[in-house]
Design a protein around this ligand. Structure first.
Ligand SMILES: NC(=O)C1=CN([C@@H]2O[C@H](COP(=O)(O)OP(=O)(O)OC[C@H]3O[C@@H](n4cnc5c(N)ncnc54)[C@H](O)[C@@H]3O)[C@@H](O)[C@H]2O)C=CC1
Ligand SMILES: O=C(O)CCC(=O)C(=O)O
Length: 387
């Protein structure tokens, strides 16, 4: 029997799960789990048991997880930044080509042909499937994170004229961007000039419905739009109007719904962005290693609601980890409990991120249950673990 229980939702690659090792029990049906690993399943309606310490999204988007509610309960949420970026980049390039060259219509038409003279019919009928090249066309990349940077750079290599928009770009991602990518200071510039627009942003309150009536009204006639990010970034009703009016000529979406699948000009893809063995393995391995290190050593890497905090492998008698609110006097109150017990603190680290903070304390002696309870009872403490 493993010491820690992990509940899996969705298919998680075995090459990742096997890295948990003997200390862990892993399965779809798991009562009182210490960790959850998932892909796109929604956790918004789930009641979280007190046993739960962490949730790992084997992927990038965390809009299927109530991240703030988790933080309030001291549950650390991880994702796997960049682990599936190459898979999405490749699909984004394919999507641009699919939106241009009428490949799907051409294949469907070819499959409908019969008779000995198929080669002749092909040559005669192919004119209906002419579509433009992407070289020298203007591409707007909205969101220059792990995926957006790769798409922008690949498009530069395909000789497109690339505009990037990301008011929150990280220094690392800016370093990775080709110098040929032009900076768009506002969305208006992207909307006005671009022949292709591709979205690589998270779904947040700010980005929901970003492509709406007002945005379409500013776009170049015949623009092709690629959305491999999240369906709700685009207002469907306004997109249908824009397609009917010819403002948008093609819309490739990785998030089809009943309303959109048969609308002329919509190219629906069944959420295949990260569906490659390589990215499924990368995401699973990263999610598992982060979860394992957190449960066994208390270390936090790639969390979306708690700070990075790492004291390496735990080699002391006990390691105490405390998820708490980022408010004054927390460290003083925690150390006071330990001092009263006469416990020597071998090492201690505290990090904060927004409203939340995390403290790790290495102890050379046992800590009594009573003192653990006293720390749990400090106002602002969300979760305490003794490892
Ligand atoms: N179709 C699929 O299977 C997949 C979809 N995704 C989606 O793609 C999104 C992006 O993924 P990554 O590039 O890995 O994430 P990332 O976090 O590396 O990059 C997101 C970028 O968007 C920027 N951003 C945030 N708000 C913005 C705004 N209002 N305007 C412009 N830029 C803004 C951020 O500054 C950041 O640079 C994910 O959140 C997810 O929803 C990700 C992986 C697979
Ligand atoms: O796991 C998947 O197939 C979806 C990946 C995704 O949408 C993401 O990483 O945000």
């Amino acid at each position: 029997m493993g010491k820690y229980k992990i509940k899996t939702l969705n298919g998680i690659s075995e090459s990742g799960l096997e890295k948990f090792g003997q200390n862990f029990e892993v399965g779809e049906k798991m009562d009182a789990p210490h960790g959850i690993i998932l892909r796109s399943a929604s956790l918004h309606e789930m009641e979280f048991p007190d046993s739960l310490h962490c949730i790992a999204r084997a992927g990038a988007g965390v809009n299927n997880i109530p991240v703030d509610k988790c933080a309030e309960k001291g549950i650390v949420v991880f994702n796997t930044p960049g682990a599936n970026a190459n898979a999405v980049k490749e699909l984004a390039i394919a999507a641009m080509l699919l939106s241009s060259r009428k490949i799907v219509e051409g294949i469907n038409w070819t499959r409908s042909l019969t008779g000995d003279d198929v080669p002749k019919q092909v040559e005669k009928g192919k004119a209906q499937f002419v579509g433009p090249e992407i070289r020298d066309k203007k591409l707007g990349v909205i969101g220059l994170g792990a995926i957006g940077v790769m798409v922008a750079n690949a498009a530069v290599n395909m000789e497109m004229d690339v505009y990037g928009y990301d008011p929150y770009i990280s220094v690392d991602h800016a370093w990775g961007l080709s110098r040929s990518v032009k900076k768009a200071n506002d969305l208006k510039k992207v909307f006005k000039h671009c022949d292709y627009i591709t979205l690589h942003i998270p779904l947040t309150d700010e980005t929901k419905g970003m492509l709406n009536k007002e945005a379409f009204a500013q776009m170049k006639e015949g623009v092709r739009i690629i959305n491999l990010s999240r369906g709700e970034l685009v207002n469907d009703a306004d997109m249908i109007d824009a397609l009917e009016a010819g403002i948008v000529s093609e819309y490739v979406t990785d998030f089809p719904n009943e309303k959109m699948i048969n609308v002329p000009g919509v190219i629906p893809v069944p959420h295949l962005g990260a569906s490659t063995p390589e990215s499924e393995n990368n995401c699973a391995v990263m999610a598992v290693l982060q979860t394992k290190d957190f449960l066994e050593n208390g270390n936090i890497r790639n969390s979306v609601n708690f700070p990075v905090c790492d004291m390496g492998i735990s080699i002391v008698k006990h390691r105490l980890t405390i998820a708490h609110k980022n408010i004054p006097k927390m460290l003083g109150q925690i150390s006071a409990v330990l001092a009263e017990q006469g416990t020597n603190i071998a090492n201690m680290i505290n990090r904060s991120r927004g409203d939340y903070a995390y403290t790790m304390v290495d102890l050379e002696e046992e800590i009594t249950d009573e003192n653990v309870k006293r720390i749990k009872d400090i106002a602002g403490v969300l979760k305490v673990r003794v490892i």
